[in-house]
Design a protein around this ligand. Structure first.
Ligand code: GH3
Ligand code: MG
Ligand code: MG
Ligand code: MG
Length: 322
């Protein structure tokens, strides 16, 4: 076991880095100038990026601007105490994990206990030992890194669960969640909304002549064209193999026809290169509006879009029907 002097003279390990590769950013809040300077100097020497303030209020403001990985809070400070600041920070950052370490005088048992109860993650006693301070900060950052990794994985899985892998559009499941929400909204605010159903023409023939590779390329090409044709608030989903359904919130008849025409034009204007040839692709589109004469329900809306699409196919495809 190295003794304390050996530890002190041992070279400091590399600064704890976050998954992004940048050094951790630490905020120090202490109204005592000497204590503050000492904390800053120890942490900077260890490779951390440090910002120091002299009360809890300033710490909250600084942290509110984002990008902070750990906070060291003195308990007794003017304006906002460390305990009050800790309580606020924990309510501000309930989604993410921002480690809060209290820095308190040794005799402050009651404060330390209260601090931990209101959400502080650890404490360091004043006067502090440099190696203990760094060890505690390092341990907290290790937990934060794990937490951030889990949060990033969860966000990735959430995205995966609502998207179609091949086109990057929303999937069928998510489409119906949004369709339900749109119905409730349309009813509450008495605003119409539209559904546009797109089907690629004669994809089977493309698959037969160019194989699935050509078919897949056409599907992706049409998906990109649809993405380019809609607004940010519109929901575009892959509805079936070569069918797409677009929900257009707060959209009247004229608006939905404009979008349908844009989609139709995008498909026709972007042939897929195959075997040194440009293969034209076209789509058929059915448009339906809620509320309208025959459309009083969600199922009715989908049925109306499907029947408009069928009519477009019956009339030879490569067209828009309402
Ligand atoms: P229509 O003009 O009547 O729409 O003719 P179609 O051949 O496009 O239509 P149909 O609905 O009869 O068949 C859809 C075809 O789309 C059949 C299927 O092999 C193809 N398809 C569905 N999903 C995919 C996919 O993910 N990749 C590829 N390459 N083809 C797909
Ligand atoms: Mg103080
Ligand atoms: Mg089809
Ligand atoms: Mg088709």
């Amino acid at each position: 076991m190295p003794n304390s002097d050996e530890l002190r003279s041992a070279p400091l390990s590399a600064p704890i880095e976050l998954p992004s590769g940048r050094p951790a950013r630490i905020v120090v809040a202490d109204d005592d100038r000497l204590a503050r300077q000492m904390l800053v100097s120890i942490l900077q020497k260890a490779g951390f990026q440090v910002e120091a303030v002299d009360d809890g209020q300033e710490a909250i403001e600084l942290i509110g601007r984002g990008g902070v990985d750990l906070v060291l809070l003195d308990i007794v400070m003017p304006r906002l105490t460390g305990l009050e600041a800790c309580r606020l920070l924990k309510s501000m950052t309930s989604e993410s994990f921002l480690p809060v370490v209290l820095v308190t005088v040794k005799s402050d048992t009651a404060n330390r206990v209260e601090g931990l109860k209101i959400g502080a993650d650890d404490y360091v006693c004043k006067p502090f030992e440099e190696e203990e301070l760094l060890a505690r900060v390092g341990a907290m950052l290790r937990i934060k890194r794990l937490h951030d990794q889990v949060a990033a994985q969860r966000a990735y899985l959430e995205q995966l669960s609502i998207h179609d892998e091949m086109t990057g559009l929303y999937n069928y499941r998510y489409l119906f969640t949004r369709l339900n929400e749109e119905f409730k909204r349309a009813e509450r605010y008495h605003e119409p909304f539209a559904c546009v159903l797109v089907d690629i023409d004669r994809l089977k023939v493309m698959n037969e002549t160019g194989g699935r590779t050509l078919g897949d390329a056409v599907i992706r090409r049409v998906a990109d064209g649809i993405r380019r044709s809609v607004r940010e608030v519109d929901v575009v989903a892959r509805y079936g193999g070569e069918e797409f359904l677009i929900v257009l919130p707060s959209t009247h008849f004229a608006g939905s026809l404009t979008v349908a025409e844009r989609i139709w034009r995008e498909a026709a204007g972007n042939p897929v290169e195959f075997g040194g040839e440009a293969r034209p692709c076209s789509v058929s589109i059915g448009v339906a509006l809620y509320p309208s004469r025959d459309v009083r329900s969600k199922d009715g809306l989908i049925r109306a879009a499907e029947s408009a699409l069928n009519q477009a196919k019956r009339e030879g495809g490569n067209r828009i029907c309402v």
